[in-house]
Design a binder for this molecule. Structure first.
Ligand SMILES: NC(=O)c1ccc[n+]([C@@H]2O[C@H](COP(=O)([O-])OP(=O)(O)OC[C@H]3O[C@@H](n4cnc5c(N)ncnc54)[C@H](O)[C@@H]3O)[C@@H](O)[C@H]2O)c1
Ligand SMILES: [Zn+2]
Length: 342
């Protein structure tokens, strides 16, 4: 077991335990009463959780809504949750985002922690305290910044993860490597086969590296004023794809990564060889590179989304594998870039 601590400038703390057995979760907090907000798939697959007070949710992007939060609040009231109740979110990124948000607003905020069950959430989503829900199909429009007290990342739980979900999780890990860590990118390239075979030792190393990188970023910029915005690499297009299709977050991010890399090359920030490496890695991992969605639809969705600034879009690029920067791109130029590279 390895513990990684996040300490933010505002004095908040969170500990992330990799390689910890999920059945030890009660050692991570003390509270007279606790309630699990749990992905119904995990509830079905892991009978261990049935003996606890559970609020079950369906982990579906369409269900990541205020209505689901209302439903959770009703059940918390029924279960007589009060200010001293501790909430444990158990599931992937969708469940942790919803559970963290519900805990943050119920009675002005309950303490909470996560048992993170998908590769995407272990390596990225449950680290860093962003939580929230979608609104009218726009991603993560309502939410808070609030760190969980603990996150348990038990790699054994990844054994039951469907293959598509496993592969999708790799896109966020590749993203973190691309913006922050060339050595991590090399590691993924070198170990692609072992990763796809879910070699435990390699996965454990990879998840730990990913969490460390994300922790560095979050510790220095809890509220996404600067450095943390780099984590949005690949996400501008990804969110537009998700709004207009059934494609999963991880797969949409892969397409978004390739798109943002092409734009980085367009501005002469990276070499053609880098693009080839990035595309090869994504393909070797089984991730998609392109979307069939119409340019105009993607463009309209992107300019309606939250990361626009007047007539420019704030966009994250890489200026070498492992280094990132932000650039404001004129909306008119952006339209051209979508038609060229989407
Ligand atoms: N808060 C953040 O910083 C942050 C960062 C990245 C992504 N996200 C969010 O995370 C979400 C995507 O997360 P995700 O890919 O984990 O989605 P998810 O929670 O939907 O999990 C994916 C699927 O895998 C199933 N699953 C999860 N763990 C399993 C296990 N151990 N065994 C069997 N099945 C399992 C779930 O039931 C679901 O069907 C998106 O909504 C995205 O916006 C948040
Ligand atoms: Zn993401």
């Amino acid at each position: 077991m390895q513990a990684i601590e996040i300490k933010t400038a505002t004095g908040k703390q969170s500990k992330i335990l990799t390689g910890e057995d999920f059945t030890n979760f009660q050692n991570c907090f003390s509270a007279q009463k606790f309630i699990l907000i749990i992905d119904e798939n995990i509830f079905d697959l892991y009978p261990f959780f049935r003996k606890f007070n559970c609020i079950k949710i369906r982990a579906d992007e369409k269900n990541k809504t205020l209505e689901t939060v209302e439903n959770i609040i009703s059940q918390l009231i029924e279960l007589q949750a009060d200010r001293s109740t501790f909430i444990v979110g158990v599931g992937g990124g969708i469940t942790c985002d919803i559970a963290g948000f519900s805990a943050s607003i119920y009675m002005r905020g309950l303490r909470f922690g996560f048992i993170s069950t998908s590769l995407l959430s272990q390596a990225d989503a449950s680290v860093g305290g962003k939580n929230g829900v979608n609104f009218n199909g726009f991603k993560n429009m309502a939410g808070t910044f609030n760190l969980p007290e603990f996150v348990i990342c038990d790699t054994n739980m990844l054994n039951t993860l469907p293959q598509n979900e496993f592969i999708g999780g790799m896109s966020e890990i590749v993203k973190i490597a691309l913006i922050k860590d060339l050595e991590m990118f090399n590691f993924i390239e070198y170990n692609t086969n072992a990763i796809l075979k879910r070699n435990k030792k390699i996965l454990q190393k990879l998840i730990t590296k990913s969490i460390q990188r994300k922790t560095d970023i979050v510790s220095s910029d809890e509220f996404e004023k600067s450095e943390r915005r780099m984590l949005n690499f690949g996400h501008t297009l990804a969110h537009a794809i998700e709004r207009n299709s059934e494609i999963s977050h991880g797969f949409a991010v892969s397409i978004g990564i390739r798109f943002a890399a092409e734009i980085s090359k367009y501005f002469n920030l990276i070499l053609n060889d880098d693009i080839v490496r990035i595309k090869n890695l994504l393909v070797n991992l089984g991730l998609p590179l392109h979307t069939e969605i119409n340019d105009e639809i993607l463009f309209k969705t992107i300019i309606a989304d939250k990361k626009k600034n007047d007539d420019e879009i704030n966009f994250v690029l890489i200026n070498d594998i492992g280094k990132s920067l932000e650039k404001n791109i004129k909306i008119s130029d952006f339209k051209y870039l979508i038609s060229k590279f989407k």
